[in-house]
Design a binder for this molecule. Sequence first.
Ligand SMILES: C[S@@+](CC[C@H](N)C(=O)[O-])C[C@H]1O[C@@H](n2cnc3c(N)ncnc32)[C@H](O)[C@@H]1O
Length: 224
Amino acid sequence: MAASLLERLLSLLQTMVFQLIGNKIPTNALKHIMDLGFVLFEKVSCKFEVLSTLYLKMYSDIVRKEIALANITDGEHVLVIGSGALPATPVLIAQYSSAQRVISIDNDRYAVREASRYVQTHHLEQKLSIVYADGVNYPVEPFTVIFVLYGVKHPQEILTYLAGAVRDDTRIIFRAITDITGQLTDRSIRLSPLFTIQKKVHTETLGSFDSFLLVKKTSLHPES
Ligand SMILES: C[S@@+](CC[C@H](N)C(=O)[O-])C[C@H]1O[C@@H](n2cnc3c(N)ncnc32)[C@H](O)[C@@H]1O
């Protein structure tokens, strides 16, 4: 009863924040506020199982689409950049995909501690590990699939690093807010000089998001 009331309340909040406000984020200042809201919400809701469960449910659609987009197959090693205190995306990748191992990193020690606790209490340690690290320099060679989540700081720096460091065949899923024409609302991000955009999928459940399937442009690295 209380859970279903909470679910309806969260769903209303979700519509207001993501679909009414989130789609209209015109400036970086507003984006920073929304990013902070996400981080704080995760830090609070990771303490309550009922909120955590509802939060994961909100991510279910986008993560299923991204797993299909990346075509994750048996035995693959997946890296997720930006776990958050409530690691919804890495947990759902571990649960829904046939990846052998998922490593999820975050550069906030508190978020890593809370996310690791979630992994332990849900007995996911065999498949998922949370690591304190930064996406701008984490060693990426072992990974065949890499997720760069919405809300990471310095996304262009992370993407530039990845374009130079990943294997030629590594698939990168980059999640970002887009406008009604499908353009990234964060104009500081430039994908095409670094990557070939192979495909993208659109999701509305968290707001107007596109998830891009990227592979690096090998002509940038003729020696590899
Ligand atoms: C990406 S969102 C959280 C995503 C969400 N929990 C999910 O499941 O999709 C915010 C998190 O990214 C982390 N973060 C931001 N910039 C980062 C970076 N450069 N490297 C690693 N983590 C980063 C923040 O500390 C924060 O906890």
